[in-house]
Design a protein around this ligand. Structure first.
Ligand SMILES: Cc1cc2nc3c(=O)[nH]c(=O)nc-3n(C[C@H](O)[C@H](O)[C@H](O)COP(=O)(O)O)c2cc1C
Length: 160
């Protein structure tokens, strides 16, 4: 099995939000530092799941992920994600300098289930109505419905 491992700088760029839909998208988000993350990140990633998204406003893709970590490496806060090379998202995480991790309150996980079962190769994820894209300050893509966005700068990527 070949997995791509991407270790990134968390870029001290966590954003929390009120999860309200609005045209002024990022205005709904408050910038916080990683020190303010008090949640159980093992549960958030492994049980509640997250979206990994990368790309630009005109061309991006996202997928559900439950493999990953948030931690500390090289004197920095880092995340590690595992994106199989066959995922459409892999093309984007490999190409782009930044990617986002987004976390949701929805107990039904409707959007997460869909983004984890269909591929951007076959399905127009950019026009999926259940997720409203927002552009982060570094030009990557996150979603307004999230309660937490972590924007990550890629530090290292490899294929196992
Ligand atoms: C709960 C859940 C967790 C998943 N976690 C991962 C993961 O961490 N890494 C991965 O490569 N695929 C994972 N997947 C599978 C991808 O989300 C799925 O193959 C998706 O359709 C890929 O979309 P894409 O081809 O548009 O990138 C997960 C799927 C689900 C439902």
């Amino acid at each position: 099995m070949k997995n791509s491992v991407i270790i990134i700088l968390l870029s001290i760029f966590s954003i929390s939000c009120s999860a309200q839909k609005s045209i002024d998208k990022l205005d709904n988000f408050e910038k916080i530092s990683w020190q303010e993350l008090n949640d159980n990140v093992i549960r958030m990633i492994g049980k509640d799941w997250m979206l990994v998204a990368a790309g630009t406003e005109d061309d991006y893709n996202m997928m559900t992920a439950s493999w990953g970590t948030l931690g500390w490496l090289w004197e920095r806060p880092v995340s590690t994600i595992y994106v199989r090379p066959q995922r459409h998202t892999h093309n984007y995480t490999e190409r782009e300098e930044y990617y986002t991790l987004t976390f949701y309150d929805d107990p039904d996980k409707e959007a997460l289930r869909l983004m984890g079962t269909v591929s951007g190769k076959d399905f127009d994820k950019m026009n999926y109505e259940g997720l409203t894209p927002v552009v982060t300050p570094n030009g990557s893509i996150a979603f307004e419905e999230a309660y937490l966005i972590i924007e990550c700068k890629k530090l290292y990527s490899t294929v196992l």
